[in-house]
Structures are given as structure tokens and as C-alpha cells.
Design a protein around this ligand. Sequence first.
Ligand code: PMV
Length: 315
Amino acid sequence: MPAIFAKAPGKIILFGEHAVVYNQPAIAVPVFQVQAKAHILPLFNSPAGTIKITASNINLDDEISHLDASNPIARAINLTCEQLGLARIPAFHIQITSTIPVASGLGSGAAVSVAIIRAVSAFFGHPLPDEDVNNLAFEVEKIHHGTPSGIDNTVITYAMPVYFIRNHPPQPFAIAKPFHIAIADSGIHAQTGQVVQGVRQRWQAQQDVYESSFQQIGKITEQAKQCLEAGNLSSLGELMSENHRLLQDIGVSSSQLDDLVQAALHSGAHGAKLSGSGVGGNIIAYADEATLPAVQQALLDAGARQVIITRVQMP
Ligand code: PMV
């Protein structure tokens, strides 16, 4: 059995986070500057069934048998082995590394799952098709929060821009004209599950108000899809900023995220919004290529820990 290597990109949600949990559409794109990787080496001298896991980013160096079944890494490995229907699992060592910041809306959990599922299935000589990888990664996402929409695992598995509606097959769509996005990390960690749960509680208390916000976000997402498909980016920035205002309304922004959005707008970005679950994590800003260095500097001056510039385009 040869050594195996698999990787998966990060992602950003351009439009529609949170509303997507309530069946509205969302748009997400892969971010190739950050990635999760899984390497597998056979352990020839260990008994069958031995699975050693090293994930240096989270200081994990242990055997799977010592981990709780709800550990997302253990779950991704076990689900893959179950899917393959293996009667006997030859011993192996999986090493996981990632440059995707955790709990910041860049899809680190889903990317680690996808890399693991791809590596484990390839190691056993049965690389799984994207559809199966996506379904298994979605099962692992449920550990991170109970009601994931599935957008993270979908965009990361297919590694292409997706227009996504919950419980529907992913819809790839064409981005007619490439453009650049600055991604600024607030450095504040937020657990997606807790933020989604908070929205759910407020939605239960004020269903009409929240449904109206979700519907408005859905409309913005549809408009953005049309702009992107037509290569008409003139209103993209305004749509982003409108989406951010609606995310403020549903209580998932924060003063730090709002400050970063304002810094981007004041330095010449056409629009900006938080991306992902919010409260912490990243904001994204759309700016012309010539303006990006000023936007990047303004975001760093406003306290961003890191600013990634990504080009959004078809693979
Ligand atoms: O994992 P994050 O932080 O990018 O957030 C996921 C997006 C949400 O819409 C908030 C939740 C979901 O399951 O779609």
C-alpha cells in the first residue's frame, strides 16, 4: 500500500449565510490560498485496525481507539471505512495539517473532513466519487453544529463556485468575469453551532421579522448570481453591503466586524460584509485590483490579524 496524500481548499460564503439554513439560496467559492492536507502511511508492524492520528495544529497525536466517537477526525475516518465496507482495516498513520484558520468561517472543519475522506478511501484503493465524499463530510459537519445547511462541505468537495439551496443538489454556476476579494480575519473565534443556535432562538421569538430578513437575503443572493453570471459586477459591492446590514439585523455581526467592514469601505472597496457564521471570523471586501493594496492595509490598520487576497474565477 503506497503513501497517500489528499488536500482540500478553504471557502468563503459570498452571499446568503444563515438564511441558507432556512432554505434560502447562498453562494460560496473555494479559497485555494489556504488548505487542509491529509497524508497516510501504512504501519506494516502494527496489528490490523490500528489507526494513528497526528494533527499538529490541534496537538493531537493519538490512536483512534482512544478518541471519542464524536471526535470529527475519528468520525470522518470511521464513516469512510464503513462506506467502503472493509472487513479488515490494515494499520495506518494519518497526518493532518491545515493552513485554514479554525472557527473563522473559512471552512476548516469541512476541509479537514474532505481531505481525510479522500485520503482514506484512496489509501484502500477505492477513491470515493465527489457525491459520496460530500455526503460523508456533511455527516461530520453535523458534529460541529446540529443543523448544517451543507454549504461548506459542498463548495469544498467540488472546489468550484456553487449556488446552493439546502437539500438540493449543488448547482455550479459560471462566474463570467474574475474578480478579487480581500478576506480579513478579525482574530475572534466563534463557534458556528452556537451562533446558528442563537439565530434559531431569536427566529423562534420573532418569526415574522426573521423570515423577512432571510427572504431579503435570498433575493440579494439571487441578484448576485445574475450579476456574476452576466459578468456585470457594478452592483456586486452594494449587494454585499446590503447583505451585511441584514446580517446585522439578525444579530450576527459585532463591533469588530463592523469596524473592519467600514475600514474596507472607507479605503475604496465597493462593498463588504461578514462571511460565515459571524460574531467573529472573517469579513470579505470586494475591490478593484488597483485598490486592493489600500484596502488590505486599511484592514490591517483596523486590527485584522491577516488579510488574504483571493481571485474568484472558474476553475
Ligand atoms: O462554517 P461557517 O462559519 O462558514 O458558517 C456556516 C454558514 C452558516 O450559514 C452560518 C451555517 C450553515 O450551516 O450554512
